[in-house]
Design a protein around this ligand. Structure first.
Ligand SMILES: NC(=O)c1ccc[n+]([C@@H]2O[C@H](COP(=O)([O-])OP(=O)(O)OC[C@H]3O[C@@H](n4cnc5c(N)ncnc54)[C@H](O)[C@@H]3O)[C@@H](O)[C@H]2O)c1
Length: 417
């Protein structure tokens, strides 16, 4: 039986571990978070893309723990640890360095190591490789090393790990061949590039592309607001062009673990090459501005009805960073809630995916009550299954930051971004 190791069992690592286990591989999963290990042991998934039933199905194949020693028996070890930003918005490779060091302690000749975490070009060769070579083994000769970015889009069901082409860059040709063979177990198509650096930059290009295009349409939304033009109408119309245009929608800002973080890995690295990545910086700046613009919009909407934000009861509808998931990391809703509170609003929220927001001392309110009690309902994240038309019918005033009430365009109680 083939044996695959996965380090870091989060949004990326757990689905990957389950995918290999479903193909009949024995999977050794390692995470420093003992609560996650215990949860998997109980058959409970903490990731929406992996169900409890799926975990139960692979219980025999998936061995998890906090110790690295069992990884010595794996033919390949895939690293999926976080790559966040430090307080001063610089790459924080702490978890990766820790994982690399721990893995070096158990690394065996003949193994393949693949980094999946999103990071700047050069990380695999300049940071991970020297750590792994502390084992006394030489990369490319005694063990294989490659980089392959994860492209998972949490909550998405139309594209899966199997059907999304997997980009791969090996340290050497045999490294790439070996990695492609291993990933071939769970992915239908492997896209080989010439180096780990090219693969690292591919992932960053994908994310910067989204960030810049979202910023462009967000900037347009702020402009159309002043011009009295409906940005959604303009986006809808532009999207009828069959070529040369790709639809991006404005919104309250970017959230999640990737979009607000990854582009800064590139701009940080660029500085070493005497370059300022202006598009990246500007996109970040505009997207960070959006929660402030949205709060100003809510303030304006209340003002039009002779109400102040201070003392107003405001319901936030949808607090996770994207539809269909419960992940609130970097969610613009958190910023919007804080800003509204600073202005003296009484804020509650409704989100079927997020029962609690401990960092803000809030628990979710059921739909009926959340809408009936509010002076204003602000749609921040449009989850499928939430009846936004019902919100328009029932709420006194609605600010729609996602363009989901377009069919009720003439409703007098709706203000759109
Ligand atoms: N979440 C996404 O949608 C997504 C998509 C593509 C790429 N990525 C990238 O994948 C990487 C992982 O992201 P994630 O969302 O899965 O993060 P996550 O926080 O959900 O999971 C990472 C896991 O690694 C564990 N960990 C931390 N240090 C460790 C160590 N030294 N040894 C073992 N385990 C350790 C953590 O406890 C955590 O469970 C990041 O680089 C991220 O940018 C994420």
């Amino acid at each position: 039986m083939r044996k695959i190791g996965v380090i870091g069992l989060g949004y990326v690592g757990l689905p990957l571990a389950v995918a290999f286990a479903r193909e009949g591989c024995e999977v050794i999963g390692v995470d420093v978070d003992a609560r996650k290990i215990e949860a998997i042991g109980r058959g409970e998934s903490y990731i929406e893309d992996v169900s409890g039933e799926e975990l139960a199905e692979v219980a025999a194949e998936l061995q998890v723990g906090t110790r690295y020693a069992p990884l010595a028996g794996a033919e390949a070890v895939l690293i999926c640890v976080p790559t966040p930003l430090s307080r001063n918005r610089e790459p924080d490779l702490g978890p990766l360095v820790e994982a690399g060091r721990s893995l070096a302690g158990v690394l065996r000749s003949g193994q393949l190591v693949v980094l999946e975490s999103t990071t700047y070009p050069g990380t695999t060769r300049e940071r991970l490789l020297p750590l792994l070579e502390e084992s006394g083994l030489s990369a490319g000769r005694d063990f294989h090393l490659a980089y392959s970015p994860e492209r998972v889009d949490p909550g998405r069901t139309d594209f899966t790990l199997r059907t999304v082409p997997k980009v791969m860059g090996g340290l050497t040709e045999p490294c790439a061949e070996r990695a492609a063979e291993v990933y071939g177990i769970v992915c239908d198509e492997i896209v080989r590039v010439s180096s780990p650096e090219a693969a690292e930059l591919t992932k960053l290009l994908e994310n910067v592309f989204r960030s810049v295009n979202i910023a462009l349409v967000n900037e347009l939304a702020m402009l159309t607001d002043r011009m009295g033009i409906d940005v959604w109408e303009v986006v809808d119309a532009a999207a009828t062009k069959p070529y040369g245009f790709m639809r991006f929608e404005p919104g309250p800002g970017m959230g999640g673990h990737c979009m607000p973080v990854d582009p800064f890995y590139l701009s940080w690295r660029a500085r070493e090459f005497d370059m300022t990545t202006e598009f990246v910086e500007l996109a970040g700046k505009i997207n960070q501005q959006m929660p402030y613009h949205c709060v100003a919009k809510a303030q304006w909407a209340l003002n039009e009805r002779g109400l102040a934000v201070k003392g107003a009861r405001i319901t936030i509808v949808g607090v996770s960073y994207k539809p269909g998931v419960g992940d609130v990391r970097e969610s613009p809703a958190l910023k919007i809630i804080s800003l509204l509170r600073e202005l003296g609003a009484e804020v509650i929220y409704h989100d079927p995916h997020v029962p609690e927001l401990p960092e803000l001392g809030l628990s979710g309110t059921p739909f009926e009550q959340a809408i009936a009690d509010a002076d204003l309902a602000v749609i921040v994240t449009a989850h499928p299954g939430v009846d936004h038309e019902e919100i328009v019918r029932r709420a006194r005033l609605v600010v729609d930051l996602r363009g989901v009430t377009r069919s009720a365009a003439e409703a007098a109680n709706v203000v759109k971004l």
